[in-house]
Design a protein around this ligand. Sequence first.
Ligand code: LLP
Length: 421
Amino acid sequence: MIPDMCCKEDEGLKIEGVSVNDIVEKYGTPVYVYSGSRIRENYRRLYDALKERYDKIRIHFAAKSNTNISILKILKEEGAKLDTVSVGEIYLALKAGFRPQDILFTGTNVSDDELNYLIDSNVVINVDSLSLLDWVLDKTHPEILSVRVNPTIGAGAHEHLITAGDDSKFGILERDIVKAYSKAQHAGVNRFGIHMHIGSGILDPDPHRKATGKLMNIVRNVREKTGIEFEFVDIGGGIGIPYEPQEKEMDLERFADEVIGCFKEKLEQYDLGNPYMCMEPGRYIVGDAGIILTRVNTIKKTKSKTLAGVDAGLHTLIRPAMYGAYHHMIHTGCTVDKEMETYDIMGPLCESSDFLGRERELPKLEESDILGILNAGAYGFTMASNYNSMLKPAEILINDSKHRLIREAETMEDLANKQRY
Ligand code: LLP
């Protein structure tokens, strides 16, 4: 939740001093609103906690969580590098001003056209399969190359969010890692990184520490067999955030102690040099900095429930329908003297799964009330769609108590624009 979001009973919700009513009046609903200062705070908190314990830290923001160019620019100003997974993300990263050498590409199952774009754009490639490695070595002479390891220790808030394990689609298994680096070495590459990403939405430091230990053992093995001294070791993203009111934040101090502790211990124990330690958080940086404002259109009773229909739906935020994810909701208006009632919050799509929340206790709702859907800054807009020919919403950035449009809402013309008829 954005910390300086406050709700004065007479004025309604304000985000960093900007009234939700003003935003809704100006830009309509549904609308994504981000707090620039919260993004900076999140970045700095994580960077400082890691940097306090190890000097060579790099944070690659995971662009897949939010690719708005204005948000990418904030992170660039903070000193972040980028983790990208598609040529589209690279394109947006370059537009935001990132230098190619600060962009790591970790795509899986990449097409020939994408590969050609990659080579031309000169970003750092993190190969995810032996066949991609062969292709890269055949077509170019990379200045630096990284390999994504599947450490087979996976974790995540939902089974769809686990990205390592014996049969995972991501990364290269340990048994092939030495072969991969030797091949690259023989092809003349002489600067290397190593990478993993075990999953997403992990609030417990343990899986991060265990997987870091495993990765460092692999680093040692590669070092012994090939003599490679790594320039960077990237332990991926995956730090969770609390979505439900009773959930606790990840204990950052403990995380940093354990993960950096393990990393440094192995560096010293196996004499592995002085590589950069990289992390690739997405959700931790932008998740709680975003809120969706949505208008109640319909109140409807079924046999046993009261449904509140809002103008956001799974086309605006797919996480509840896709992962059963919980997003807390608040009434943004004046709620003095309102009784509480329990609602299922439904979207406007012709899909029975189009619910944003179930059994939510909220101050009694009326049509045209505005609800705020919290923690929507990561994997919100980037996963939005035009299903049912719905329009993607505007995005607004609040900075220093001022709001600014950072993406226009789509219009009907956008729906037909690329069609030929
Ligand atoms: N690095 C790599 C290689 C990744 O695949 C991911 C996320 C990240 C970093 C960033 O993970 P984060 O710190 O944000 O957890 N759509 C899902 C999340 C899928 C994440 C996939 N990879 C959701 O809405 O929860």
